[in-house]
Design a protein around this ligand. Structure first.
Ligand code: GA4
Length: 327
């Protein structure tokens, strides 16, 4: 049973008044020739867009979704055998190491297929093999899409070679992560009708790029440049792409790492699966020279290892890149 305990400090946010972005969430058809320019515009404006014709087989998606639902339907005590999510495994309400709490339970998994035998929770019992193969099929397809999108970004920005970004995800040492979030329906939303309970608090993703796919339950919101929040209508057959902090730095601030959050839904549960494409730990994260054109770097030099370390000690809502900006 997923229930509130009196000691847990949840956050509530005002309902979004404005629910749509004036021109709609940018949508990119990966099979069309204008994909690269649409992607660049969306990354500059919002750091966020939706993708159709993504090439991930619906069957791979449904199989993983059903495996995940089977897992989350187990009794808490069974799920906890797969925890804590430190660094990989099952987590419940508590997010990260600094006291953030949300109306969510999740699995944090390593995408490195060789490591999965040790990190895949034994709580999957006899089902571990099945889960591993379904997970690998899904993450391979999503990683392929991530690389295609990153190549289109490089082309759209006129950077050569076009694999400058994608090679980081294809590296054997790539530090990528996979997450499945389950937000149970939350009928008791909070003290005020105008407010929603937070499922996953506002934050930016530290990695290069995140690819999110969810069931048809609403709750995902992104923040615009003026700080206002808009709800993203769910679409279970599309993917949503977030620019991460590392890509913001590599483009010297031209692409925007999007702040986002999830609010709990009063009626339906939400299931989302996110692939976070990250570089190898030793990789220097710095603006690409071809994007500087005589301009100064906005950021101090750092490796992904240094950024990740500083990130994991922070609170979800912190402006993590702030520490690495040149003044
Ligand atoms: C946000 C993106 C990914 O979900 C994640 C998260 C990580 C965690 O859940 O442990 C963090 C969060 C995320 C950023 C700040 C720190 C670390 C929780 C948190 C408070 C797995 C990641 O890489 O960074």
């Amino acid at each position: 049973m997923f229930s509130k305990s009196p000691t847990e400090q949840y956050t509530y946010v005002r309902n979004c008044k404005q629910t749509t972005f004036p021109s709609g969430i940018p949508m990119v058809d990966l099979s069309k020739p204008d994909a690269k320019s649409l992607i660049v515009n969306a990354c500059e404006e919002l750091g966020f867009f939706k993708v159709i014709n993504h090439g991930v087989p619906m069957e791979a998606i449904s199989k993983l979704e059903s495996e995940a639902m089977d897992f989350f339907s187990m009794p808490l005590i069974e799920k906890q055998k797969a925890g804590p999510a430190n660094p990989f495994g099952y987590g419940n309400k508590s997010i990260g190491r600094s006291g953030d709490v949300g109306w969510v339970e999740y699995l944090l998994l390593n995408t490195n297929q060789e490591h999965n035998s040790s990190t895949l929770p034994s709580a999957f019992g006899h089902n571990t093999e099945k889960f591993r193969s379904v997970l690998n099929e899904y993450t391979s397809a999503v990683k392929k899409m991530a690389c295609e999108i990153l190549d289109l970004m490089a082309e759209g920005l006129n950077i050569q070679p076009k694999n400058v970004f994608s090679k980081l995800l294809l590296d054997k040492q790539s530090d990528s992560v996979f997450r499945v979030n389950h937000y149970p329906a939350c009928p008791d939303q909070g003290p005020d009708d105008e407010e929603n309970m937070i499922g996953f608090g506002e934050h930016t993703d530290p990695q290069i790029i995140s690819l999110l796919r969810s069931n048809n339950t609403s709750g995902f919101q992104i923040s615009l440049r003026d700080g206002s929040w808009i709800s993203v209508p769910p679409d279970h057959s599309s993917f949503f792409i977030n620019v991460g902090d590392s890509l913001q730095v590599m483009t010297n601030g031209r692409f925007r790492s999007v702040r986002h959050r999830v609010v709990a839904n009063g009626f339906k549960s939400r299931l989302s699966m996110i692939y976070f494409g990250g570089p190898p730990l030793s990789e220097k994260i710095a603006p690409l020279p071809s994007l500087m054109k005589g301009k100064e770097s906005l950021y101090k030099e750092f490796t992904w290892f240094e950024y990740k370390n500083s990130t994991y000690g922070s609170r979800l809502a912190d402006n993590r890149l702030g520490l690495f900006e040149r003044i």
